[in-house]
Structure formats: structure tokens, C-alpha cells
Design a protein around this ligand. Structure first.
Ligand code: NAD
Ligand code: UDX
Length: 464
């Protein structure tokens, strides 16, 4: 088997950036070039100020500092990088389609197709093409037909190697992956390609954690792993509503359920609802695939995970409105947190933007503090959701860079992200500077509720 010495990754996003940085760190003899059409993103990856990297992720800047310029490169010269590489990872975005057939459900594969056409056009030597993006099952078939029919007669092997990292813990997840999944063609050439990729991960992971399967199992495992994880969150969130009606306590329930070794304690934290770029998109895609194959009951089963998540976000916003005497018009509500989870600057599908949009429709004034999310991003998020003009949004949404300023004179505080720093605030000082009665809605159950009640807050928490 030929050892890989040159890798190209198309897509320098939340997956391509950290994943390739770790491969370069662990395999110093391999040249890794990450390319993107977004020249600003590439410039940010090349920034000498490591705080300007386009992605905030604990531990990332140290890895980039170690490998960048040695064997890790970020570039906009896509064709050159493709031509030179023996192995090409495709790590571009696969969002939910916003138009045409499958609108609102199917994965939009236009970026994937463009990559395949570009590889086919440029390649002059045999290549291993690796699906790193999350894709519908049987996408490799489409890739093969593009590569074989529009290429220069060179040979391609297609592997599926989905990424299981979670944002906020990406570097740790990559360094200590539970498993790496590699799906390949069931032939001698397919086996060789799988071995070449296995060899790369074996630089730092034990071989027994590197699983080899057929391509279709690998593609489908990624979609379904996310569906299972999201299902756990929706399951516990559905029970949070029941707890609120019965005085059962969701945290006690989670602990009791999770203590069963067959169930396990992780992913049972009730919240304002899951966000992020993957869960909703991947389940919708799974539902669409099932519908397309005539499996309506299977589609309905998984769709309920999304329905429950939408309910949870709406329920949280309604609870704020109902508690504030059925009107939030003109009232200041402080949001602590905008990112979809802690330790990331990513806001895709964040519950915060949905809750903000509902409250803004009722003419509330939302003051937001998030340690890592920039104001432009917050405005872009609400603009994506609603039909208000930018000027109208600017009269209702006020990003602040100080949490105490955000909470001053507020009628209520809503905790939308579980940032650790929120636990360290001077809550008495915050209370003293608020309108009374002062409400706090803990959408993440991270604060010391007993203490807040002692201070004088009217407290509402998820599932309590
Ligand atoms: P992202 O939007 O952060 O990054 C994708 C990048 O690809 C963008 O910078 C975009 O400019 C670039 N791109 C698009 N088309 C291109 C082209 N033709 N040529 C060059 N560059 C191009 O997306 P992401 O979060 O990194 O996700 C990428 C894939 O990985 C998706 O399929 C996603 O489902 C999957 N995934 C994401 C996560 C996660 O936590 N974000 C985890 C596992 C898997
Ligand atoms: C997810 C998968 O975990 C990861 O394996 C996959 O590769 C990409 O999608 P990510 O979306 O980055 O990762 O974050 P994750 O930790 O899964 O959280 C998703 C959402 O669920 C967040 O909004 C989080 O706050 C929420 N969540 C998670 C809960 O509300 N409760 C939990 O117990 C766990």
C-alpha cells in the first residue's frame, strides 16, 4: 500500500479546519492543504493573531500554531491543491435545501457536486476522494458517476469518513475519538484506499477504534448517530414539560434514568432545545430519505424529534411572556448567551434566535451578551428568521459586550447558553439593578437556583 504524503481538504469550516489541523499535527510527514472559496475565511486561518482564527474552539489555536507553516497550509488555490494531493477530503457544507424538490428537508448537495466536478476536471493522477461532509446514504454513487464520466480517465476511489466531533470539544474529540468510521468499496482497490486512510488515523488512535464498513453503512451511520443523540435530548425535553406540571424535578429524573448502565448519563440534560448546524438538518434529511423510499411511518417517527424541539423553544418563549403578565411589549429582556452551546462562536440553529424572534414579535427589547458571538452575527441570525427590516430589528435587538450592562433595568433575564462564566457573576448586584419583580428563566439549568431565590429572583427553570 502506498503511503499518503499529500492531502487536500476542500472546505475550511468547523469540520475541515480542526480536523485537518489535528491530522497535520499528528502526521508531520504529510503535507495538508485546506482550501476554501471564501477568501476571508482563509485569510483568518492564516492570521498571525491566533485570536482571529475564524472558529473559536478550545485548544485549536495551539494545534494550528504547532502545524501551520510546517505541514499545514490554508489556501484559496483550490485547483493546485487538488492536483498535488493523493487524498482529497470533501468537507463542504451540506445545508437543508431552501428551494425546489425536497425544499426544507433534503440536503443541498450542490457544493458537493461542484467539488466533484472540480476534482474530475483537475485530476491528472489517481486520487482517493474522501466524503468528510455528512451526506445522504448512497451519495458516493452520485460522486462516482460524476468523477468517472467527466474525469480525465484517472482512477478514483471514494471513501466515506464521517466526522463525529462536537463543537466546543472538537480538539479533544479528534484526539480521543470513540471511533473513526471508514466506509469503502468492497474490492481490492477499495480495501487499499481504506488501509491508506486507516494508516493516517493510526498515527494517534488505537487500530481497534478505526472501524471499516461498506460505504453505505458509513454514510447512514452518521445521519443516524445524530438522530439518536438528538432523540435523547428531545426525549428528556418532553419530560421537562411533564415535570413542570407535576413537581417532579427533571435533574433528579435525568440522574435516575441515566444511572441505568443500559441508558447512560450523557445527553440527558434538559434545555431550551437543541441547536447547531447538524441535528435538525440531518434528521430532516433522514426523514426525507425515508419518505422518498415510501417508509412513511419511519419518517414520522424521526420527525417527532424535531417537532418536540420546536415545541420546547416555543414553550420557553411563551413561559417568559406569560410570566411577565402576558405582555413583553417595550420591556427589556436580557439574554445571557447566543451561541447554540458553550465554548463555540457558532450560532447556527441556536435556540436563542428562535426565542428572540418570538419575543421581538411581541415588541420586547432584547439585550444580548455572549462572550464569543459578534453583534453582526446576531443581527444576521434574526434577519434570517423574520420578515422585519434590518432597521426594525435594530430597534428591538441590542448586543452588549458587558453582562451587567445587558441586565441593567431588565424585567427578566433568560439564560440561553451554558457558558461557565455565568455561574461566577455577582447575582446580587445584577438583581439590585433590575426592574422588580425581577424574573430569571434558566434555559440551561446551570445557575444555583436556591441562591437566586434567596436573593429575591422569581425563578423559572426548565423542568422544575
Ligand atoms: P462550514 O459551513 O463551517 O464549512 C464549509 C466550508 O466549505 C465553508 O467555508 C465554505 O466556504 C466551503 N465551501 C463550500 N463550497 C466550496 C467549494 N466548492 N470549494 C471550496 N470551498 C467550499 O460547515 P461545517 O460545519 O464545517 O460542516 C461541513 C460538513 O461537515 C457538513 O456536511 C456537516 O454536516 C458536517 N459535520 C459538521 C459538524 C459540526 O459540528 N459542524 C460535525 C460533523 C459533521
Ligand atoms: C453534534 C454531535 O454531537 C456530533 O457528534 C456531530 O458530529 C455533530 O453534531 P454539535 O451539534 O456540535 O455536535 O453539539 P452537541 O454537543 O451534540 O449539542 C447539540 C445541541 O444539543 C446543543 O444545542 C446542546 O446544547 C444540546 N444538548 C446537548 C442538550 O440540550 N442537552 C444535552 O444533554 C446535550
Amino acid at each position: 500500500m502506498k503511503k499518503i504524503t499529500n492531502i487536500c481538504c476542500i472546505g475550511a469550516g468547523y469540520v475541515g479546519g480542526p480536523t485537518m489541523a489535528v491530522i497535520a499535527q499528528k502526521c508531520p510527514e504529510i503535507k495538508v492543504t485546506v482550501v476554501d472559496i471564501n477568501s476571508q475565511r482563509i485569510a483568518d486561518w492564516n492570521s498571525t493573531d491566533f485570536n482571529k482564527l475564524p472558529i473559536y474552539e478550545p485548544g485549536l489555536k495551539e494545534v494550528v500554531a504547532e502545524a501551520r507553516g510546517r505541514n499545514l497550509f490554508f489556501s484559496t488555490e483550490i485547483e493546485k491543491a487538488i492536483e498535488e494531493a493523493e487524498m482529497i477530503f470533501i468537507s463542504v457544507n451540506t445545508p437543508t435545501k431552501t428551494y425546489g424538490k425536497g425544499k426544507g428537508m433534503a440536503a443541498d448537495l450542490k457544493y458537493i457536486e461542484l467539488c466533484a466536478r472540480q476534482i474530475a476536471k483537475v485530476a491528472k493522477t489517481d486520487k482517493i476522494v474522501v466524503e468528510k461532509s455528512t451526506l445522504p446514504v448512497r451519495t458516493a454513487e452520485t460522486l462516482r458517476s460524476i468523477l468517472d464520466n467527466t474525469g480525465n480517465g484517472v482512477k478514483f476511489q471514494i471513501l466515506s469518513n464521517p466526522e463525529f466531533l462536537a463543537e466546543g470539544t472538537a480538539i479533544d474529540d479528534l484526539h480521543n475519538a470513540d471511533r473513526v468510521l471508514i466506509g469503502g468499496e468492497q474490492s481490492a482497490d477499495g480495501q487499499n484506499a481504506m488501509e491508506a486512510l486507516t494508516e493516517i488515523y493510526a498515527h494517534w488512535l488505537p487500530k481497534e477504534r478505526i472501524l471499516q464498513t461498506n460505504v453505505w453503512s458509513s454514510e447512514l451511520s452518521k445521519l443516524t448517530a445524530n438522530a439518536f443523540l438528538a432523540q435523547r435530548v428531545s426525549s428528556i425535553n418532553s419530560l421537562s414539560a411533564l415535570c413542570e406540571k407535576t413537581e417532579a424535578n427533571i435533574e433528579e429524573l435525568s440522574k435516575a434514568i441515566g444511572a441505568d448502565s443500559r441508558i447512560g448519563p450523557k445527553f440527558l440534560k434538559a434545555s431550551v432545545g437543541f441547536g447547531g448546524s447538524c441535528f435538525q438538518k440531518d434528521i430532516l434529511n433522514l426523514v426525507y430519505i425515508c419518505q422518498s423510499l415510501g417508509l412513511q411511518e419511519v419518517a414520522d417517527y424521526w420527525e417527532q424529534v424535531i417537532i418536540m424541539n420546536d415545541y420546547q423553544k416555543r414553550r420557553f418563549a411563551d413561559n417568559i411572556i406569560n410570566s411577565l403578565f402576558n405582555t413583553v411589549s417595550g420591556k427589556k429582556i436580557a439574554f445571557l448567551g447566543w451561541a447554540f452551546k458553550k465554548d463555540t462562536n457558532d450560532t447556527r440553529e441556536t435556540a436563542a434566535m428562535y426565542v428572540a424572534d418570538i419575543l421581538m414579535s411581541d415588541m420586547a427589547q432584547i439585550a444580548v451578551y455572549d462572550p464569543k458571538v459578534r453583534p453582526e452575527k446576531m443581527f444576521a441570525d434574526v434577519e434570517y428568521l423574520n420578515s422585519r427590516s434590518i432597521d426594525e430589528n435594530k430597534k428591538l435587538l441590542f448586543p452588549k459586550n458587558d453582562p451587567y450592562v445587558a441586565c441593567k433595568d431588565a424585567h427578566a433575564i433568560a439564560i440561553l447558553t451554558e457558558w461557565d462564566e455565568f455561574k461566577t457573576y455577582d447575582w446580587k448586584r445584577i438583581y439590585d439593578n433590575m426592574m422588580k419583580p425581577a424574573f430569571i428563566f434558566d434555559g440551561r439549568n446551570i445557575l444555583d437556583h436556591k441562591k437566586l431565590i434567596e436573593i429575591g429572583f422569581n425563578l423559572k427553570a426548565i423542568g422544575k
